[in-house]
Design a protein around this ligand. Structure first.
Ligand SMILES: NC(=O)c1ccc[n+]([C@@H]2O[C@H](COP(=O)([O-])OP(=O)(O)OC[C@H]3O[C@@H](n4cnc5c(N)ncnc54)[C@H](OP(=O)(O)O)[C@@H]3O)[C@@H](O)[C@H]2O)c1
Length: 241
């Protein structure tokens, strides 16, 4: 594709697969991360992809990080907002810290990352913004009022930003993964996974990070220029919306 792509949380899990797939598609990729230097260094050694450390929950850190990427790799054409966390708990026991951490990292990050790049994309008349939401933003999930709210918020943000920027050659889309085989899901107890989660997935398996990465490569491509404001559901048939 010959474009510059930034993938937040691009050094581990789904983000690492997205970074690698965009590189394979011909992009120059910057993978950002929060604090796991060891994983980021191993990813960089393994893939040759540039890594950058900043907190997507901080507007100033995002603006500075994106300026550094632009100076070193070139203006950002493709932005994949993938970084995310969970802080699960029933709402009646949820602390303000659990609520705020999830809203800040998963939802405020979309403002923090998109705002510094949107004017440049508009001026250049090209952009691809892809937000990694979740099945639990579509259907809600017990124990995840914070996460479900943030992920549903991502979908509304996607639709508004898509409308504002359609004439400027910028597409904005969301992807809603179902259960994907990453550390986030491996943290779920094995018994819960086998008895309560796998039986709900008609294709009979967890998704792999590469299943999501292929969706991103398509939405980032020139071939997807007529698709904007959409929510691509990739969940093995678990819910059909
Ligand atoms: N796994 C699933 O089944 C699933 C399903 C639906 C949606 N999703 C969504 O898909 C995305 C990726 O999930 P995953 O399972 O691949 O996660 P993961 O394996 O836990 O990786 C998360 C990545 O995000 C980075 N990150 C976390 N907080 C950050 C912050 N404040 N600033 C910058 N980077 C930060 C992490 O950096 P460090 O390495 O430095 O910690 C890491 O690179 C998330 O948005 C998640 O909500 C996942």
């Amino acid at each position: 594709m010959g474009r510059v792509a930034v993938v937040t949380g691009g050094t581990r899990g789904i983000g690492a697969a997205i970074s690698k797939a965009l590189k394979e598609a011909g992009c120059t990729v910057a993978a950002s991360y929060a604090g796991n230097d060891e994983a980021a260094e191993a990813f960089k050694q393994d893939t040759g992809i540039a890594v950058y450390k900043w907190d997507v929950g901080s507007f100033d850190a995002c603006a500075a990080g994106l300026a550094q990427v632009a100076a070193e790799l070139g203006a950002v054409d493709i932005l994949v907002n993938n970084a995310g966390i969970t802080r699960d708990g029933m709402f009646h026991r949820m602390t303000p810290e659990q609520w705020n951490a999830v809203i800040n990292t998963n939802l405020n990050s979309l403002f923090n990352m998109c705002r510094p790049v949107i004017e440049g994309m508009r001026a250049r008349k090209f952009g691809r913004i892809i937000n990694i939401s979740s099945i639990n933003g579509q259907k809600g999930q017990m124990g995840q009022a914070n996460y479900s709210a943030a992920k549903a918020g991502e979908i509304g943000f996607t639709k508004a930003l898509a409308q504002e920027n359609a004439r400027a050659g910028i597409t904005v889309n969301a992807i809603c993964p179902g259960y994907i085989n990453t550390e986030m899901v491996q943290a779920v107890p094995k018994e819960v996974l086998e008895k309560s989660i796998l039986p709900l997935i008609p294709v009979g398996r967890l998704g792999e990070p590469e299943d999501i990465a292929r969706c991103v490569v398509f939405l980032a491509s020139d071939a997807a220029s007529f698709i904007t404001g959409s929510t691509l559901t990739a969940n093995g048939g678990q819910i059909m919306v």
